[in-house]
Design a protein around this ligand. Structure first.
Ligand SMILES: CC(C)(COP(=O)(O)OP(=O)(O)OC[C@H]1O[C@@H](n2cnc3c(N)ncnc32)[C@H](O)[C@@H]1OP(=O)(O)O)[C@@H](O)C(=O)NCCC(=O)NCCS
Length: 178
């Protein structure tokens, strides 16, 4: 568990699931994602970090021990857990919560014995890019790649999305604090 004036971060516990579902629910198409991630956490595949302000969940970050699924990342990086879906509710942003979620993941990966930790970021997301730079994530050199997916919207229509990303790596052996 990690905490500061910005609140506290800890892996989601099952009794907290309904609170998280009630508060972090901006994305209708992904309404089942918190439960699915908690199930994966029970299987030992991930840690699903939730940030709290008192009793209110304010953001999340998924740490996948098995690394990235996307190519060209998965075949280029071995023993590199992957971070997914860093998100802070709009009303809680710019208070250090995103930094705190990243810090918790860095500490957990280091304590598990890994020497590196990675994440993909869209090239048109300069705010997230600045945050990752500050937390020590550097360009992997893999270059730009396209990722995408599809989902059903409220009307039942299939929507697709695509973004151009770069992959960044945080070395965990360096002296920089989490
Ligand atoms: C990216 C995101 C997670 C950042 O979360 P956050 O909680 O706002 O992150 P932080 O507060 O740690 O840092 C953000 C900014 O607040 C500033 N900040 C941090 N603590 C602060 C404080 N106590 N007071 C004022 N500003 C503060 C940081 O310096 C930073 O400034 P910058 O944007 O000029 O670089 C959030 O904006 C978000 O959810 N965006 C939508 C989803 C997204 O893009 N996720 C990334 C996918 S790769």
């Amino acid at each position: 568990m990690s905490g500061s004036g910005a609140g506290e971060v800890r892996p989601l516990a099952r009794p907290e699931l309904s609170l998280v579902e009630a508060h972090i629910n901006l994305d209708w198409a992904e309404s089942g994602k918190h439960r699915a991630r908690l199930d994966r956490q029970d299987q030992g595949e991930v840690l699903y970090f939730i940030a709290w302000r008192g009793a209110t969940p304010s953001g999340h970050l998924l740490l996948e021990w098995g690394g990235a699924d996307d190519e060209p990342i998965s075949s280029r990086l071995l023993d590199c857990p992957n971070l997914e879906d860093l998100f802070v509710m709009p009303e809680f942003r710019s208070r250090g919560i995103g930094s705190m979620l990243l810090g918790a993941a860095i500490t957990a990966a280091r304590e598990a014995g890994y020497t590196q930790l990675g994440l993909g970021v869209a090239v048109d997301n300069p705010g997230a890019m600045r945050l990752y730079e500050r937390k020590g994530f550097q360009d992997s050199g893999i270059g730009e790649y396209t990722t995408g997916g599809s989902y059903l919207d409220r009307e039942g229509t299939v929507q697709t999305w695509q973004e151009i990303c770069t992959y960044r790596i945080r070395l965990l052996s360096c002296a920089q604090p989490a």
